[in-house]
Design a protein around this ligand. Structure first.
Ligand SMILES: [Mg+2]
Length: 209
């Protein structure tokens, strides 16, 4: 099986770094409810994230401009989730893992591509080339493929294009974040369910684990 693995929000904590970036920039509004500008830490904001609260308000010109100023290092230094290594080990027992990650527009996108490549090669070695950077993840869909992604839209597009998808649990996509142990149980159950999956998105909400 070909397994396509998203990076931001799945392997590394993009949202935590994004919140830290805007914490001291009150002119960049993230979301009124976050309390980030009332003294809460990015960790506290994430912990209290309301299910289904969209992260779309972060997509402002100001935010991406601010991010572009950080260069490629910001992307290269994103914190790896605690579950990253055990998850990778579990997935490599199920099939061939290829990182499949998008990057933003313009200058920020150029830095993102550079930094994401660094992030991956720092962990996988400089000769590692099993990664794809594209917004059009559905181009990789086909028989015997699965995408693991925290973006609902990317998962649905992948399914429509003939692949299978597991929506990685995060509060911004309507699921609770799982600790490493519970996440492994979920992924194991999700892969068990995959063969009978008929184009239905697999989530923590429709999987027994
Ligand atoms: Mg993502």
């Amino acid at each position: 099986m070909k397994i396509f693995l998203d990076l931001d929000g799945v392997c590394c904590d993009w949202m935590l770094a994004a919140l830290a970036l805007i914490k001291n920039n009150k002119d960049i509004q993230f979301c009124d409810q976050t309390g980030l500008n009332e003294g809460k830490t990015p960790e506290e904001v994430l912990k209290n994230w309301q299910l289904n609260q969209r992260s779309s308000t972060i997509r402002t010109t100001k935010f991406w401009g601010k991010l572009a100023e950080q260069g490629h290092e910001w992307w290269a230094n994103l914190k790896e989730f605690e579950h990253y290594k055990p998850m990778l080990e579990l997935l490599r027992n199920k099939g061939t893992v290829t990182y499949l990650t998008a990057s933003p527009y313009g200058v920020c996108g150029r830095y993102a591509s550079y930094g994401k490549t660094e992030w991956i090669q720092k962990r996988e070695g400089e000769k590692f080339r099993r990664f794809i950077i594209t917004h059009h993840k559905e181009e990789c869909a086909g028989p015997d493929t699965v995408l693991i992604d925290d973006s609902h839209d990317q998962c649905m597009n992948f399914i429509k294009a003939g692949g299978k998808a597991i929506k990685f649990p995060q509060p911004w996509n309507g699921q609770r974040f799982l600790d490493s142990h519970r996440l492994m149980a979920f992924l194991t159950a999700a892969f068990y369910k995959l063969p009978d999956n008929d184009g239905v998105l697999i989530t923590t909400l429709n999987t027994e684990f």
